[in-house]
Write a protein of this length. Structure first.
Length: 282
């Protein structure tokens, strides 16, 4: 009997040890060795890149996405938060398809770095079902960035609005005078609406379904945009079709003559609760 109890207790202690070890591995305190861009770092305790989840900072160099405005500012801000304050804590959530460690990052003062980048307007929300644990905090940070017109929203009140045909004709890097990577207002007439995709002759505008759900978006609302002239605000990419592309994570879409907001919320395509004056033309 005593031997059976001893075996049971040993097994409990054995599995408890490995369970606790597994929990410890989900959080890791270490030093940052380099900052690659506004949402990627390397750390002393792990091999490979650590990707900050829940956010998406503009690209420093062109790849699958163009180099974007505020990319250098995002990288410098991240450096200030993690390189000069000692060790950081990573809350790890596995790896992505590129083999990068996915993590929420906290600096030595306990600040939630992912959300701080968004709050400064230096990154946008990027939500997936399995990495949405802090989406509410990131969404609130995004709202604050919009209200303060920080970073990517600093040109939101500009009166310059570009026709989509003009944007499509200059799909080369913004550093060379083009539109790729530039954050601007674009105007076009909607010729098709397919789910969360709105199409014009020269531009495609998409909403990620994961984020549409997060922000209370309904694809049926987009159908009312068909054959309307609208304005959208965002970073210019290039669609596979050769048209300009905006992936809408930004807070507004305007039908000419109507502004769509819900109780001044910064998130676009919500129920039309109030009619506001048309933005001043350029």
């Amino acid at each position: 009997m005593k031997k059976s109890v001893f075996i049971v207790l040993s097994l409990v202690l054995f599995f408890s040890f490995f369970f606790l070890q597994g929990c410890d591995r989900s959080k890791l305190t270490t030093a940052v060795t380099s900052v690659i861009d506004g949402d990627s770092i390397t750390v002393k305790a792990l091999q490979g890149t650590v990707r900050l989840i829940g956010i998406d900072a503009p690209e420093v160099t062109s790849g699958s996405k163009p180099a974007g405005q505020f990319a250098e500012e995002a990288r410098e801000f991240l450096k200030q938060m993690v390189l000069s304050n000692g060790k950081v804590t990573l809350e790890l959530h596995g790896k992505d398809s590129y083999g990068r460690h996915l993590a929420y990052l906290f600096n030595s003062e306990g600040e939630f770095v992912n959300a701080e980048l968004v709050r400064q307007g230096l990154a946008r929300p990027l939500t997936y079902e399995d990495t949405s644990h802090n989406s509410a905090k990131i969404r609130e940070a995004y709202r604050q960035a919009f209200n303060n017109r920080s970073g990517i929203f600093s040109s939101y009140n500009d009166f310059q609005v570009y026709d989509a045909s003009e944007v499509r004709e200059a799909l080369y890097p913004y550093q060379l005078g083009g539109f790729l990577g530039k954050i601007v207002w674009v105007e076009f007439t909607v010729i098709d609406v397919n789910g969360f995709t709105v199409v014009g002759d020269d531009i495609v505008v998409r909403v990620r379904p994961e984020e549409a759900t997060l922000f209370g978006q309904d694809s049926e609302d987009l159908q009312r945009l068909y054959r309307k002239k609208i304005r959208v605000f965002g970073e210019i990419w290039q669609d596979d079709s050769g048209k300009a592309l905006i992936l809408l994570r930004d807070p507004a879409i305007e039908i000419t003559g109507i502004s769509q907001f819900a109780n001044s919320s910064p998130f676009f395509f919500q129920k039309l609760l109030e009619i506001l004056p048309m933005r001043k033309q350029s």
